[in-house]
Design a protein around this ligand. Structure first.
Ligand code: NDP
Length: 337
């Protein structure tokens, strides 16, 4: 049991949801042992995702106190009872997982969302790409099926998900217009291969929709991938083409206001509001997209930009950094043992 004593971040039990200050380093926390269809992972890396801030601040409800962190990579150290879904799993396997409780040395995770890592995929790359990479693959195949020649607009394209989205869109033959905040981020997105990059920071006008219209010769784009939400929503509705699709998949600036469906009718616009969990609900769906993602990684077709690697004690800072819009690329937590 002592071997499983862990260090982790969790909410202060007496406080409710709130800012980064509700996160607390808890070296005394005791890990739950794996239950039915679960295994215990000794984490090497945990991915920090923007969605972690929604669970922290209460935008997405979850039981409190809570160990945040929804993806990780490491080694199986204990098999729970009745592991039948992936019966070939063994202690010592290198794996990546989606679940909860990732900001920790050890996490008990359901095997349904756990995948063995190919030898050539490192723990770091797995934790940097699993949640975001699967999201990007589902957004481009299911939320809107991208075809060669399509015009796509990607907001926050210097972010972790945004950067992968630009690369996957280009590999599918789309013409990519991207937004990013500030000249440094614009340069990063240009290097990822976006065709046009617009700096939308301090754009109170906002001017960026006019720029998107100009780039597309007035027509607008076939698909908008909007993870910024509140600040970009009106512009996204403005620049989508007749018969186009807006995929609203994140709330970096806050959720979008209520939308009258009537507003979509004149131009026959579609709006999708996907969550990754809805696209990879079955084992088959999860394995299908993981195979695609690992293919891209092992063939060197997906560049993973890491903004910074934090340790567990730096998690509060990681939350502050991502919410300040100071980051470009993935925030990772390296787990020391
Ligand atoms: P990012 O690395 O993209 O960080 C968020 C970025 O959003 C910032 O860097 C910033 O870029 C931009 N942003 C715009 N407005 C704000 C604001 N007011 N406050 C903070 N940031 C702002 O994070 P992730 O890659 O982890 O996630 C990207 C988005 O994808 C999130 O909205 C997340 O919720 C969503 N997501 C949704 C999933 C789903 O299943 N629906 C799954 C995974 C991610 P800039 O400075 O360039 O504006």
């Amino acid at each position: 049991e002592a071997a499983y004593a862990i260090a982790e971040f969790s909410r202060h039990p007496e406080r409710n949801a709130g800012g980064p200050e509700v996160l607390q380093y808890r070296p005394d926390h005791v890990v739950a042992l794996p239950g039915e269809q679960e295994v215990l992972i000794r984490n090497e890396f945990c991915g920090m995702n923007y969605v972690d801030t929604y669970f922290r601040n209460g935008l997405y409800p979850s039981p409190k106190p809570e160990v945040l962190g929804r993806e990780g990579a490491g080694i199986i150290v204990t098999l729970g009872s009745g592991v039948t879904i992936c019966s070939d799993l063994a202690v010592g396997d290198r794996v990546a997982w989606l679940g909860t409780g990732g900001y920790a040395q050890y996490t008990a995770v359901p095997v349904a969302k756990l995948i063995k890592l190919p030898a050539r995929v490192s723990f770091q790359d797995a934790a940097a790409s699993l949640l975001g990479g699967l999201t990007v693959l589902t957004l481009t195949e299911e939320a809107y099926h991208v075809r060669p020649g399509d015009w796509a607009l990607v907001h926050a394209a210097a972010g972790s998900v945004g950067g992968m989205l630009v690369q996957v869109l280009k590999s599918l033959g789309a013409q990519v217009v991207a937004t990013a905040g500030g000249p440094e981020k614009v340069a990063i997105v240009n290097n990822l291969g976006a065709d046009h990059v617009i700096d939308y920071r301090d754009d109170k006008g906002p001017r960026w929709p006019k720029q998107v219209r100009a780039i597309t010769a007035g027509a607008g784009v076939d698909v908008v991938y909007d993870s910024v939400g509140l600040d970009t929503w009106e512009g996204s509705l403005d620049v989508v083409k007749r018969k186009g699709t807006i995929v609203w998949f994140g709330n970096a600036s806050g959720p979008v206001p209520p939308l009258s469906l009537q507003r979509l009718s004149a131009e026959c616009v579609k709006v999708a509001r996907p969550l990754l969990g809805g696209y990879i609900a079955t084992r088959q769906e999860f394995e299908y997209y993981c195979t695609k993602l690992f293919g891209l990684l092992t063939q060197g077709k997906l560049e993973l930009r890491v903004h910074k690697v934090y340790d567990l004690e730096g998690v509060q800072q990681a939350h502050k950094d991502i919410e300040r819009r100071d980051t470009a690329g993935k925030l990772l937590i390296k787990i020391d043992h």
